[in-house]
Write a protein that binds this ligand. Sequence first.
Ligand code: CDP
Length: 240
Amino acid sequence: MNKESSYKKRSDGREFNEIRPIKAKVGIVPSADGSALFETGKTRAIAVVRGPRTLHPQHMQDPLKGILRVNYQMMAFSVWDRIKPGISRRSLEINKVIEWALSEIVDLTEFPGSVVDVLIQIPQADAGTRVAGLNAAVMALAQAGVPMKEMLSAVAAGKIDKTLVIDVNKEEEDYEEGEGSTDIPLCFGSFSKKIYLLQLDGKISIENFKEILKMGQKASEKIYKIQVEALKNPGKEVRG
Ligand code: CDP
């Protein structure tokens, strides 16, 4: 830890590289083709997958492959202020970045003219909802049997003043002393270790950036193990 940083101890007592307690479960919506819950601390994400099924209207179909649609939403009372239902600039951005990450691994060449819908709901939010949503979505897609090149595991890294941390909570995200808070959502491929999502709002040095990528990758490997354990045991809540 940087000695000059004003953020010397985490607000919830965690180590700087420690993820919040995780819960993961697959098969939470029996009527769906795939479904999963992914929870880190007080952030909870639910993903439901429908498809592949024929896409209507027909003019939207791709004759060469199936298409993937992502819809991310925070529930009205997921945070202290009520969230206005419907589309916002933020939800559009999150849909896009999740869709971009998933499109890289999902292979729908066998399903021309079809669609796979991924619905992500956030019943409770305490920062890191896009990465929790992505983790749940990948598990739901795997349960639905959608062909994928590899799994994805995502985590929100951050720099709180001069301190690098993993799995940022809302209190940390709102930190204003010194250099304030820089949120860095990251997503890694389970085999390739490729980065499928990286967003960075704020400033960070190259050394810190390299370090945070290493910390993020280690954390993603822990998350991957929990996702796999949940996939092997549908209906069972796996904790980590
Ligand atoms: O959730 P994530 O970190 O991926 O995205 P964000 O846009 O950086 O939002 C961070 C957190 O702010 C969310 O997880 C919520 O806890 C909170 N938030 C909120 O309280 N009200 C909103 N309208 C949007 C986000």
